[in-house]
Ligand binder design. Structure first.
Ligand SMILES: *Cc1c(COP(=O)(O)O)cnc(C)c1O
Length: 403
């Protein structure tokens, strides 16, 4: 079948809310993928950072094959052997008391919202239905109707109302704004340590630590969305650890599923988790035995194969080489570890045109908004492979400068 046929079929039958680059990926191994014609690419997109382990990591492949023959799903009407072990490992690595196992990232965010609201009413003593959650401008926490209700991006919420009330939006990177926004009804502050979908926006140094202090002083819970930044991506296991903070709760997802399954967690302290009683929440697939095995294996690989350390070293290496590229097309290069954004001057090219040119040269990436090219390769990447990425980017930018 030709690549065009495949593309047209997906376009025809799939609702049209994505705008994929024109390539059909049919095989993946490590940092590489191949299209239907056999052309090889380096994957610098990593499925929006969900493929930190690379494609088809051998330990995950073995684990998933073994487990599908043993037991996949019981529902949580019963106990299963691995869920407790998975949660225990996640808690030990992150210093939390316990957690809620879910599937998608957005689901974990939803549960966090429910938890902090119930905490606000039953512990803090906020009058019923008055709780406010403070969030940041240009946030991205997922696509459910409640989550888009506090998005500041019109395309994400327009015509999807009525929207869920109870959220207050403040500028990102401005701790003073947080302090001013807090009132007696504030339950929590929900924030990304680095804003990923907004275009790899790194807040000023000390911002998260300052926010943590403000939350503590005001009996407001701080919840960090580490779905994209967590599990080694930014050079530490959690991006929060760059500022030595321990928020009241965190969200994990994406790479937690090892690129195989949707696996997410809301991890939190005891005082928050204690609000949940049997029947308060549920998810048919949340914490299933197959997912728990993959999540546990994914976590073990992240530690054993030193993803955080590698992301720090390889991120520095890539950043250093990218910064050598002198071109008016590039107006900024920023990020932490292996979460890097290249800001493209729209007077020259749209970020999508750069991504199309990179694709031509054998590198997969995707624009975020109109002006940012995201580079987030798998965390198993080696120094030689980093150098290849830098070479391809340099060559592509040079070619584009001539156009
Ligand atoms: C991707 C992402 C989500 C949503 O995760 P899904 O699995 O797509 O629902 C939430 N928060 C952040 C920061 C993300 O990057």
């Amino acid at each position: 079948m030709s690549m065009n046929e495949t593309i047209n079929r997906e376009k025809h039958y799939g609702a049209n809310y994505y705008k994929p680059l024109p390539v059909v990926i049919s095989k993946g191994k490590g940092i590489h993928v191949w299209d239907e014609d056999g052309k090889q690419y380096i994957d610098c997109m990593s499925a929006y950072s969900a493929l930190s382990h690379g494609h088809c990591h051998p330990k995950l492949v073995t684990k998933i094959q073994q487990q599908v023959e043993q037991l996949t799903l019981t529902s949580r009407a019963f106990y299963s052997p691995t869920l407790g072990k998975f949660l225990q490992r996640a808690c030990e690595l992150t210093n939390y008391f316990g957690g809620c196992p879910l599937n998608s990232g957005a689901e974990a965010v939803e549960v966090a919202i429910k938890a902090v609201r119930k905490w606000a009413y039953t512990v803090k003593g906020i009058p019923d239905n008055q709780a406010e959650i403070i969030v940041c401008k240009n946030n991205f926490h997922g696509r459910t109707t409640t989550i888009i209700s506090f998005s500041s991006e019109p395309q994400y919420y327009q015509h999807f109302g009525p929207l869920t009330p109870g959220f207050k939006v403040i500028p990102y990177g401005d701790a003073k704004a947080l302090e001013q926004a807090i009132n007696k009804n504030t339950a929590a502050f929900l924030v990304e340590p680095i804003q990923g979908e907004a275009g790899i926006i790194v807040p000023p140094e000390g911002y998260l630590a300052e926010c943590e202090k403000i939350c503590r002083n005001n009996n407001v819970l701080m919840i960090c969305d580490e779905i994209q930044t967590g599990l080694g991506r930014t050079g530490k296991l959690l991006a929060c650890q760059h500022e030595n903070i321990q928020p009241d709760g965190i969200l994990l997802g994406k790479a937690l599923g090892g690129g195989m399954l949707p696996v997410s967690l809301f991890l939190a302290n005891k005082n928050i988790l204690d609000v949940f009683k049997p029947g308060d929440h549920g998810s048919t697939f949340g914490g299933n035995e197959l997912a728990a095995n993959i999540g546990l294996t994914a976590l073990n690989i992240i530690v054993e194969e030193k993803f955080s350390e590698n992301a720090a070293a390889m991120g520095d290496r890539l950043m250093h080489q990218l910064k050598q590229i002198k071109s008016p097309i590039i107006t900024d290069i920023r990020g932490k570890g292996l979460l890097i954004g290249i800001e493209i001057d729209p007077a020259y090219h749209a970020a999508r045109d750069v991504c199309l040119a990179l694709l031509e040269n054998g590198l997969l990436s995707k624009e975020t908004h109109d002006t940012v090219v995201r580079l987030a390769p798998p965390l198993i990447i080696t120094a030689d492979q980093i150098d290849s990425i830098a070479d391809i980017v340099k060559r592509t930018i040079e070619q584009l400068a001539l156009k």
